[in-house]
Design a protein around this ligand. Sequence first.
Ligand code: UDP
Ligand code: MG
Length: 316
Amino acid sequence: MNPARLLLVVPCYNEEAILRLTYSRLNVLVNQLKQESSIAPDSRICFVNDGSRDKTWMIIEELCGKDPAVTGVSLSRNFGHQSAIMAGLEQHVDQFDCFITIDADLQDDIQAIASMIEKHREGAKVVYGVRSDRSSDSWFKRSTAEGFYVLMQKMGVPVIFNHADFRLVDRRVLQELGNFKEINLFLRGIIPLIGFRNEKVYYNRLEREAGETKYPLSKMLLFAWNGITSFSTFPMRLVLYFGVFNFIIAMGIVVYILFSYLFGFTVPGWTSTMLPLTFFSGSNMMALGLIGEYIGKIYEEVKGRPRYIIEKTINE
Ligand code: UDP
Ligand code: MG
């Protein structure tokens, strides 16, 4: 069997501090894999510039000029990590046999790539990179991330524990991925839904070598919220349970009011009026807000806007 043509897809948002280093590490690895005939000689690295405001695109252009095995895709603005990955993948779906997505910051151990290729050769169509050690992440990042995976799994979203977006997908899987049209892309949830034979490769999560995280807490929470509401209607059901619970209490209160009326407890208290009023208007608001969240999602999907817009490419 011929070695697979591999494309490494690297989403980059304001990564000027580390991009050259990332390239040189990946380049050494790719050349080594080519030499061992693990991958085809026309395997390449694709850097996707996700609307960076620093010199990221200049550096990508420079790398493309030096090395014909590098290709660059530049989006017209910042579309987010998931869309940047999709842009790099979809742009090349016909040219390669397998695709590995990896962050630009070298936090995912690139040595795991060789094992991914190996498993692909043995027949796996998806290979998930799973972090077996996150001690390099801060306590806060680690516990929020772990809480997130547990929450997702509890809500019935089929995420792989401690797997982010470091993974290999076969061309076949990518073609099927093209049929998932949602704008709110959450690849970690979608890929397991596609099926096919899959494997895991374990690696240690390293520290970011340069630059800083592009995922501050606010963006992380938004990402988690999107992941949950795009995949699970469980929160909506929770509101329903809550509504039923409220209804039962309300019935109790009605009985109490009727009872007071019939037996002549005629001093109606302020508390007994205000308490249910606030309670129920509060829970109503909550339910409405949550339903609004889902309607908002439907609204975005129905518009069917593009997930990303490619402004230019080099070395295609
Ligand atoms: N990234 C991107 N667009 C964004 C935010 C991030 O393409 O809007 C890229 C970023 O350049 C990096 C990867 O996504 O290659 C992961 O981001 P980061 O390392 O900042 O996230 P963390 O590892 O801290 O969760
Ligand atoms: Mg990172």
